[in-house]
Each structure stands twice: as C-alpha cells, then as structure tokens.
Write a protein that binds this ligand. Sequence first.
Ligand code: MN
Length: 402
Amino acid sequence: MKPDLDSFTSSILYAYLRSLRPPRDAFTPLYIPLLNVPEADIQLRPEFIKLFHHANISASHLITLDDLPPPSRLEDQLPPANTQWILVDHNSLQGSLGSIYSSRVHGVIDHHVEEHAVPEDTTSEPRVLENSGSCSSLVVRTFQSTWDAVSSSSLSSGAAHAQSSDSVADDSVVAQGWDAQVAKLALGSILEDTSNLTSESKTMSVDREMVRYLEAKIQASAKDARIWNRDKFYKEITRAKKDIEELPLDGILRKDYKQWTENETKLGMSTVVKPLDFIAKKAATERPDADKGEAFSAAIQNFVSDRDLSIYAIMSTSKTAEGQFQRQLFLQATAAAIAAADRFTQNAGAELGLEDLTVEGIADEKTAAQKAGKKLYQRVWQQKAIERSRKQVAPMIREAMK
Ligand SMILES: [Mn+2]
C-alpha cells in the first residue's frame, strides 16, 4: 500500500498527541512520526504541502526514510532493541523496515483488514483495528481525552497568567491556535477520505463524530473560528491534488513516471497533465540565466542521464483554449537509439496521428543526420489520435527498440 495523506496525518497526529502525555511506562516519552516515503515523494503531492501549511508544518520538518541510515546499515546503526514501532494506517510492517523491525512492533491504529502481524498484547500502546473512512479519525478518538486534558490545562494556566499580569501574554490563545492547527491536519484526511462526509459507503459514525469534535477545536480558537469554512477547506485540499503548477519540473516529470528495459536499453516515459509549452516555460523559470531552448534541454538531459535512458518520452494531456482534450508527445533519443526512435516514428506515426508541432523553448531536431555533431535527437508532435494513451504508445516505442 502506498502511503497517502491519511497515512501521513495519522502518523503525525499519533506522535504529537501521544508525546503530549506519554504513558508512565512508555518505551520513550518522545514519539517520532516517520513517514514511510523518501523525502522527495512529499513534494510530488501538492495536497500534502497545502494541508501541512495549515498546520504550520513545512515539508522539510518531516522525518522520512531519507533520515534513516541506508538499508544495508540500518540494523547496525539503529539496532532493533533500541526501537519500538507503532503502525498507523497499515498493520503489517513491510519492506526492509519489516524484515528488521517487525518483531519490535507494539501498537497499531488502522482501518484496513487485519493481517494478524501485530501482537495481541501491545502493552501500553493501543491496538485499534476497526472500520472507518479515515485512520486519522481513529487516532484522534484514541487520544481525545489526552488532548482535552492538555488543552484545558493550558487554558486554565493561561487564564491564571492573564489575571496575575498586566502584560497579557495570552497562553490560552496560543494553545487554541495550536489545537486548531492539529485539528485541521486531521480534518484534511478525514474529509478527503470521506469526500467531505458525503460518501455513504466510506463514511462511518466515528468519522462524523471526529469531524464534529475537531471543528469544535477550531471554533474554540477565536482567530480560526472567524474564517473557518469546512466546504471551502475541503475544496482547497482536493483542488491542490490536481494542481501540479507549483511543483519543480523534476517533480512534474517524476510524478507519473514509468520505465522499461528493452534489448538492454532503457525507455523512460513521463505522463504530465499539462501542455508541453507549460513544461518549457517551467524549465525556463527554473533557469532564468539560460536561454529558453537550453533550459529545457538541460533539464531533460539531467532527468535522462540520472536514469541512464536511451529513449525518453513525455506524454502530455491537456485541454485546448476551446476546452478540447489534446495530446502532445515529446521524444528524445541518444545517438545509439536514434534508429529505434526513427523506427517508432515510421511504424506508429500514422496510427497515432503524429503531426509536427512547434513549441517555444523546445527544439525539434528533425533529421538526426543534420545534427550529427549533436548527440541528441528530439521530436515534438501533436498526437491527433487522442484515444491512444500510454497503454498503447509505450508498447509501440518498446517494439521499435527490439
Ligand atoms: Mn487510510
């Protein structure tokens, strides 16, 4: 299972709420939220960034797989006996972490089908496996009383402070502001997972109850209550999901990327939901010193050489100004793969309806022979056969590489 927004917020909520009041016999009083992805993957999901922003968390604050020792040195540098693991939004520790630490799992909160990988007795940590729209609902419910106790104690100390001093440093407002941030973090996932509580099949009563509870936390903060609008918040998070404009170009190309090996050479293919001129412009903004064509070529060249690709394609889907769905195709081949690229053009050009396209900032080098001095061959087309997706185009290129 790929970690999603719910996985991230469940982990952060668990660590935050539990660290506020760890149990007396806790393995350690500090619970660390480890996001089970490489750091770069966070950037690929604009909805994470958007939601984290509401909680005053920036992506660089988050602890990811990149913060652990490399897999080969994990066991030495982070001995299992020094760790205790709690799983949220999944209930069986997989991959290289699982092979080393699965016997150290002592706690779980999850809403997936039980895999019986977590011991029945989790001592001081919860063992909650239950159906819900969002795992974040279960995490919040589990630590509701802790959270309330901590909020009200900071409220009363804030009030006492205000009475005893003329310069009112209002702790209660600060505490409420934090509460509202944490509440929004949870709400982002619960609303996302239940389509703002409208999905009959996914929404469970715990999700409804926790949304009520969390909205009350926001209402308790004067500053947040004034501007809080659940529907607007939900729309903002879901809209961010489709919005790749803020991503760096490398992220845009990696977001939906596939790779194949054919005849010992590699084909890479990025699918991008923007027209090619968006990509060219993006490259130019990231390299303001370079001239336009060079910025794009350099960016593509980095991407290609990082992956040692012989052929690289970008399939772009977008809408024209008139609202018509359109496809564009960019293809680049190294010197050794020019013959294959030419074969693809000849064999598939008619079927895909490939028409030469001019995109400012992307050079279309039509005849490789003329550019013999250059190592690269690149083409840009409008793909008129719009019903042909990656499912058809990738096999055609692979065929030409055989
Ligand atoms: Mn989930």
